[in-house]
Design a protein around this ligand. Sequence first.
Ligand code: GLN
Length: 189
Amino acid sequence: MGVLAIQGDFERHLEAVRSCGAEGREVRTPQELDRVDRLIIPGGESSTVGMLMMRFGMMEAVRARAGQGMPIWGTCMGMILLAESIEGSDQPRLGLMEITVRRNAFGAQVHSFESAVEVSILSEPLNAVFIRAPIVVQWGPSVEVICRWQDHVVGVRSGSVLGTSFHPELTDDRRMHEWFLAWDPSSSG
Ligand code: GLN
């Protein structure tokens, strides 16, 4: 399992992956991407990471692996980078999900908050941590909404790609990481 380690809170994701008993590897280059079977794109600053991914040849490399069905999970910034469209911005992105995201959707005052959410792929609610979080404001027919907070869409999946506005790596609850490690997008679940 790889974690994109260009900038942001990749260390916490690596710890979470390792605490699930899986091997966690830092991924910065196309060569490192070749060595992993799934990828987490963590929280961070989407405009910076998008620019650096272009510079390192990572946009094309991740798109190619996504095209082969590799599972990819973007949390917060990661979900922004997976989006086809980012409201009011032409910053670089992977464009792997038929979604439009709004960055920092809860405004400057609400920097971060924690709230219980229902995630359709888990049987019990999850305590979700939101930090300058994006929301999904539009989505296409290929996209399944898996989580809402109040009226806002904060979790989506499509094909082998998963996006969440919140940060499961920042709590001790490992259910999202366990789910992602076991996910086989080629079967219906
Ligand atoms: N607001 C950040 C961005 O737009 C994302 C915040 C995060 O990943 N915690 O890139």
